[in-house]
Design a protein around this ligand. Structure first.
Ligand SMILES: *Cc1c(COP(=O)(O)O)cnc(C)c1O
Length: 369
């Protein structure tokens, strides 16, 4: 492409952060963080931080209207750590996985590597569609509600035998897509996506059956590293603390975001915002002859992460770098997918009107390439 192209200021979105994770943090949340000198730099074993953890747990339970008996459990290490925790602490003998992108594949791989487990049952679909675990003797059925690598959304509903556990990776779904938590045994996520916080934590809604399963595996004598022990995490969470030191800033940003979401009207309101933003992109793509939504079935198109294939005649690397220099950031496709594609995070904090502005900027740049 020729010399640097500048998009007219009045066309640019108010905020150019469209990453799929980490993602935009609201300015109000950052302001709140700066105000909480009473918390930052204080002990996580004392009341102020424990109260903060308790508030986060309460807000999350309220946002998802979690069933009686379910607990909000948290710990350090993000969703990736949770996969290994499930491998040590929740899968008894064999898991089954719906694999339809890189994140759902990573959990399946973690289970496959574990010497103490049988080889997992894999139900796989090509990128852009979805796969749920089918019939098997698995004691855990696992898939992602939203495959962030491809922008495909899957239903959350019980599957498998009655005493098997359903583990849902909701890392990019939670806070942007609703779910009936009673259909799951562990609905887990990290706060750097819809919750507009920083990474490093995992959080989960856990059913009594999941807590029991972890206790049974532990009692049977399996070696479980302490940081991967779900029972230890649940015990600490009941005391509103984590096994080891959490990032207090992450908790504060999460608290502010949850408060904002509940004020806005809860899950219905945040889900509607996300849907509106992604629909803008899908509609834009369908109206252009150089763009197509990557996920063919509209029912599987993610309401939080929109993936759009771009005609090969338009090199997305140039498009993305031009947009980046104009302040529009992180619309790169998932690296392993290797497509001429853009991927736009439309999480709860993103203003739907900024997504409208993004489509105008895309037209502006593509029209001049
Ligand atoms: C981002 C993401 C992860 C990884 O989360 P970390 O906190 O970085 O480990 C896992 N699963 C899904 C679906 C994700 O979107």
């Amino acid at each position: 492409m020729a010399a640097m192209m500048w998009i007219p200021d009045e066309m640019l979105p108010g905020d150019g952060r469209f990453g799929s994770g980490p993602a935009k943090v609201r300015q109000e949340a950052l302001d709140y963080l700066a105000l909480r000198q009473d918390i930052i730099g204080t002990s996580h074993r004392q009341a102020p931080v424990k109260d903060l953890v308790a508030t986060v747990q309460e807000y999350l339970a309220e946002l998802y209207r979690i069933p009686e008996g379910y607990e909000v459990v948290l710990g350090n290490g993000g969703s990736t750590l949770f996969w290994d925790m499930a491998v040590f602490s929740l899968i008894e003998q064999r898991s089954a996985h719906g694999v339809f992108g890189e994140f759902s594949r990573k959990f399946a791989k973690a289970a496959n590597r574990a010497p103490h487990l049988d080889e997992p049952a894999i139900f796989e679909a090509e990128a852009g569609s979805i796969a749920l675990p089918g019939n098997s003797d698995a004691d855990v059925n696992a898939w992602a509600q939203n495959e962030t690598s491809t922008g495909a959304v899957a239903p959350v509903e019980r599957r498998g035998s009655e005493d098997s556990l359903v583990l849902i990776d909701a890392t990019s779904a939670a806070g942007g897509i609703d779910a009936d938590i009673s259909q799951t045994d562990v609905y887990y996520f990290a706060p750097q996506k819809n919750f507009s916080s920083d990474g490093g934590l995992w959080l989960a809604f856990a059913s009594p059956a999941a807590v029991e399963r972890a206790a049974r595996i532990k009692a049977a004598g399996r070696y479980i590293p302490e940081i991967l022990d779900f029972t230890v995490a649940a015990e600490n969470s009941r005391k509103h603390q984590t096994l080891n030191t959490p990032a207090l800033a992450t908790l504060l940003l999460l608290e502010d975001q949850l408060h904002w979401m509940l004020e806005l009207g809860g899950m219905d309101a945040v889900a509607a915002r996300c849907r509106q933003s992604t629909q803008t992109l899908y509609d834009w793509a369908e109206a252009r002859d150089f763009a197509t939504p990557f996920v063919p079935n509209p029912e599987h198109r993610s309401p939080v992460v929109a993936t759009i294939d771009i005609d090969e005649a338009i090199p997305v690397a140039d498009l993305i770098s031009t947009l980046r220099r104009n302040g529009i950031r992180d619309i790169d496709p998932y690296r392993a997918l290797n497509r001429n594609q853009i991927r736009v995070g439309c999480y709860a904090s993103v203003e739907p009107e900024d997504v409208e502005a993004l489509t105008q900027c895309l037209d502006y740049v593509i029209g001049r390439m």
